[in-house]
Design a protein. Structure first.
Lengths: 120, 110
């Protein structure tokens, strides 16, 4: 059974860097799937942040491209997200998810999500 | 404003059917597979439909997906109170190089 679990600080100060980790169990991150992050501001819809393959091939939301980095740690079977220069607009529940490779377009397994609040 | 347009809400009585539309363009729905996700209150999204009309293991056949041109539709028959949730469509946009989600539709069981 594939399981994903996000972890990281629940409170980040404005202008600082948000860092989250997603631990994957029941499946190796080096297998044939991408790994991604999606966020959801309180009371709003879903926003794709980006996804990557363990070999380094990555895709990012153009609106976040200058601030975001996703990485895969194969030794720990984890995925990480870094978002720099955060503002209140980055307050959201952050989800990690497994994504099928092209031509498929689905995120089939999701973590429970972690709320990150940007506030001083 | 979402690239994929969904109605804000739909409702029906228990046992009835609802359909949720997802309208896009030639660069997203028209060019790529569509997925559908259910988000129950306070929980993470769950994949309901992939590749336009395929159900993952464990998803009942009273849920169905279809696609025609630049629009996709999710159907739920035999509506149950447990179906009350937000539903999102999603796909890749080949022009924006972005994964896009629909604006979301809230299903209410009357």
């Amino acid at each position: 059974q594939v399981q994903l679990q996000e972890s990281g600080p629940g409170l980040v100060k404005p202008a600082e860097t948000l860092s989250l980790t997603c631990s994957v169990s029941g499946y190796s991150v080096t297998n044939t799937y991408y790994w991604g992050w999606i966020r959801q501001p309180p009371g709003k819809g879903l926003e794709w942040i980006g996804h990557m393959f363990h070999t380094g091939s990555s895709y990012y939301n153009p609106s976040l491209l200058s601030r975001v980095t996703i990485s895969v740690d194969t030794s720990k079977n984890q995925i990480s997200l870094r978002l720099s220069s955060v503002t209140a607009a980055d307050t959201a529940v952050y989800y990690c998810a497994r994504r099928a490779g092209a031509p498929h377009q689905d995120f089939d397994y999701w973590g429970r999500g972690t709320l990150v609040t940007v506030s001083s | 404003q979402s690239v994929l347009t969904q109605p804000p809400s739909v409702s029906a009585a228990p046992g009835q059917k609802v359909t949720i539309s997802c309208s896009g363009s030639s660069s997203n729905i028209g060019d790529n597979f569509v997925s559908w996700y259910q988000q129950l209150p306070g929980t993470a999204p769950k994949l309901l439909i992939y590749d336009n009309n395929q159900r993952p293991s464990g998803i009942p056949d009273r849920l169905s997906g279809s696609k025609s041109g630049t629009s996709a539709t999710l159907g739920i028959t035999g509506l149950q109170t447990g179906d009350e949730a937000d539903y999102y469509c999603g796909t890749w946009d080949s022009s924006l190089n972005t994964y896009v989600f629909g604006s979301g539709t809230k299903v209410t069981v009357l």
